[in-house]
Design a protein around this ligand. Structure first.
Ligand SMILES: [Zn+2]
Ligand SMILES: [Zn+2]
Length: 281
């Protein structure tokens, strides 16, 4: 039994294994303990080494290679034991969803019994493999529409426990102003699909912070996301996406407050891919 916590559990934390996060794994764990968390999950980026050579046009990649994946898994097993009396540590991965690569992911997942798998989209192979921030087309609608197609595939793939940062697209790419309503409908469709597939949707600190500063024509996509989560009763996970120890649990107090205002009472954590409902503090 997990003791009741006064702060949400952070289920999206990176480590130096991906090559672009800073600090030691134990620094992230210590920060979570300092904040009073009872449970956290590391979810570092899996690299795309498992793709076929033709798929692997890697002019942009950012995750662990095969050797680092093995080291990461084993180090987390050690850290879990070392910290077991102070905080429950879970191990997971953030995996880029690449259409057609689902079968290549499965052997990896079977080899390492991670607690939690986040699926995310940072690039759209159909439009080249670049980071979404690098799309500057005049008409951004095809990019958005392709992104949401991929997001729907994440919640339908039967691989992932939660869809990471659906807000990534609107934080990094210019919102197509004339398409607000169509995008809001796509968000609803993904949430509804997640609900029928019993897949969680991540509420990301960065998405929350973005919505505190910006809006788009027609509404606030983050609020629309939360409203649909309530409407379809979808499980949520919460993540800071920390790439530095000081960002663990970023804005979690404000975020918990907002979630409750929106009528949500529970979020979830995972252990060996099994969902556990937790009370929003
Ligand atoms: Zn990500
Ligand atoms: Zn991340």
């Amino acid at each position: 039994m997990t003791k009741e916590s006064y702060i949400l559990s952070d289920f999206h934390i990176h480590t130096p294994y991906c090559g672009h996060a800073h600090g030691k794994i134990i620094d992230y764990a210590e920060k979570a303990i300092q904040l009073g968390m009872k449970k956290i999950c590391f979810t570092d980026h899996l690299g795309r080494y498992y793709l076929t050579p033709s798929q692997k046009k890697r002019y942009w990649d950012w995750g662990m290679n095969k050797q680092n994946l093995a080291r990461y898994y084993l180090e987390l097993e050690d850290v879990k034991t070392t910290y077991k009396d102070r905080i429950e540590i879970k191990s997971g991965l953030e995996i880029d969803y690449i259409e057609g690569a689902e079968d290549m992911i499965m052997p990896l997942i079977e080899k390492y019994p991670f607690d939690f798998l986040l699926g995310s989209i940072h690039c759209l192979p159909k439009f080249g493999w670049k980071h979404i921030a690098n799309y500057t087309e005049k008409d951004m609608w095809p990019i958005f529409s392709e992104y949401f197609k991929a997001a729907k595939a994440v919640v339908s793939a039967g691989i992932f426990n939660s869809l990471a940062h659906i807000d990534f697209i609107w934080r990094y790419a210019k919102w197509p102003a004339k398409k607000s309503l169509a995008i809001f409908q796509l968000i609803e469709d993904i949430v509804e699909t997640a609900s029928s597939n019993n897949v969680a949707i991540e509420i990301n600190s960065n998405g929350y912070l973005w919505s505190q500063i910006y809006t788009v024509i027609g509404g606030d996509p983050f609020e629309i996301l939360l409203r649909n989560i309530k409407k379809y009763n979808v499980p949520i996970t919460v993540g800071s996406d920390a790439h530095k120890p000081q960002y663990v649990g970023k804005s979690f107090k404000e975020l918990a407050h907002l979630l409750k205002i929106m009528g949500l009472k529970q979020y979830c954590t995972f252990e060996k891919k099994r969902k556990k409902l937790e009370k929003i503090p």
